[in-house]
Unconditional design. Structure first.
Length: 183
């Protein structure tokens, strides 16, 4: 014998549609916040990527007792001149001191281009960073300015002469210059 319809468990079509409507409204409210969260994560990732690369290069120089160069590169094999690191960079041994990776030795790392809307530039006069076997970085302090089109903000990664890498607030004039070059 069949039981009466009123005693069957379940949802009516109206209850289901109301639940879906509430879920859709909540999703529409959450979507912009999620987009902002993802953008902030990408931005923090860019800062961590360059800082991590520089720390790795310093460690490689000390552990391998050799000179290591970190420089911008478009092809992932050769250093290119300039202050714009947006198109990627490489970490490689440079025992001969010619400011190019040694052809006979393997690259330590090659990092791809930055995500669209982000850019990295170095301070004037620092087209590349060289770490010596004692961990020191040759030349003056280097400042990498990382900027993002979204929000117009950014950070700096500073490499001291002793090779210490730290994240800092950007210099306003360099940040403005960085933002001006974002397509």
């Amino acid at each position: 014998m069949l039981t009466p319809r009123a005693s069957l468990p379940g949802f009516t079509l109206i209850e289901l549609l109301m639940t879906l409507a509430v879920a859709a409204i909540l999703a529409m409210i959450a979507a912009p916040a999620l987009g902002n969260l993802l953008a902030r994560v990408r931005e923090a990732s860019a800062e961590a990527r360059i800082a991590g690369t520089l720390r790795h290069a310093r460690t490689a120089a000390v552990m391998n007792n050799t000179r290591i160069i970190v420089c911008p590169s478009s092809d992932g094999r050769h250093c290119r001149p300039g202050y714009d690191w947006q198109h990627g960079w490489i970490v490689a041994p440079d025992a001969d001191g010619d400011d190019q990776p040694d052809a006979s030795r393997q690259l330590v790392a090659a990092l791809p281009a930055m995500a669209a809307g982000s850019r990295i530039i170095t301070s004037a006069g620092r087209t590349h960073i060289v770490f010596h076997p004692n961990g020191n970085a040759a030349g003056t302090n280097a400042r990498f300015t990382i900027c993002h089109a979204r929000g117009g903000d950014g950070k700096s990664v500073v490499v001291s002469n002793t090779g210490r890498v730290r994240i800092a607030d950007p210099d306003p004039s360099r940040l403005e210059q960085c933002l001006a070059g974002i397509p």
